[in-house]
Design a protein around this ligand. Structure first.
Ligand SMILES: C[S@@+](CC[C@H](N)C(=O)[O-])C[C@H]1O[C@@H](n2cnc3c(N)ncnc32)[C@H](O)[C@@H]1O
Length: 167
């Protein structure tokens, strides 16, 4: 999806109570105290805050999201909860503003299906992962072409077009 389309879709959802995620990447991530983690498409920051508790005060968690309103919501929730070992950064996942070999763990929950240039995001993931680091993803994936009538529905909750061939 085009970035403007993403921002248009997710800005109103930043202060909604509806569920945004589609899986349990954090539950599968085996995060350890002291680790540096990155959440790609962090939304309201729920998974970042869970990871922050698990990495403890010696660890750190970055949340990356392209929608300003999501960053604002997540930052304000972290401040209200007094969580200091997190930072939310507004950016497109195709250009992640973190140095190479930053993360022990990268997670993504129901976000990469939206990305237009998935190959570019995979290379960003590889660039910012430390040697021996882990990437845990929960997302939607279609192993068969999605019928055109579904692709054309503006209300479809996930766009899987362009996802084929990158399991
Ligand atoms: C379905 S929500 C999931 C949010 C969160 N991971 C969760 O599970 O609650 C997708 C999020 O990804 C963000 N997003 C989508 N495409 C993005 C991109 N190319 N770069 C950065 N963020 C993106 C949206 O702004 C939105 O907050």
């Amino acid at each position: 999806m085009d970035v403007n389309e993403i921002v248009g879709r997710y800005t109103p959802l930043a202060n909604d109570t509806c569920c945004l995620s589609c899986g349990g990447a954090v539950d599968k991530s085996e995060v350890k105290p002291g680790e540096v983690c990155v959440d790609l498409g962090s939304g309201r920051g729920t998974d970042v805050l869970r990871l922050a508790e698990q990495v403890g005060e010696k660890g750190f968690v970055y949340g990356i999201d392209v929608t300003d309103e999501m960053i604002r919501k997540a930052t304000s929730t972290a401040a209200k909860m007094g969580v200091e070992n997190v930072k939310f950064i507004q950016a497109d996942l195709e250009e992640i503003p973190l140095p190479e070999e930053t993360a022990n763990l990268i997670i993504s929950n129901c976000t990469l299906n939206h990305v237009t240039n998935k190959r570019k995001v995979w290379s960003e993931i590889y660039r910012i992962l430390k040697n021996g680091g882990r990437f845990v993803i929960s997302d939607i994936y279609s192993s068969e072409p999605v019928p055109e009538r579904i692709c054309q529905r503006s209300g479809s909750s996930g766009r899987v077009l362009g996802w084929f061939g990158y399991p």
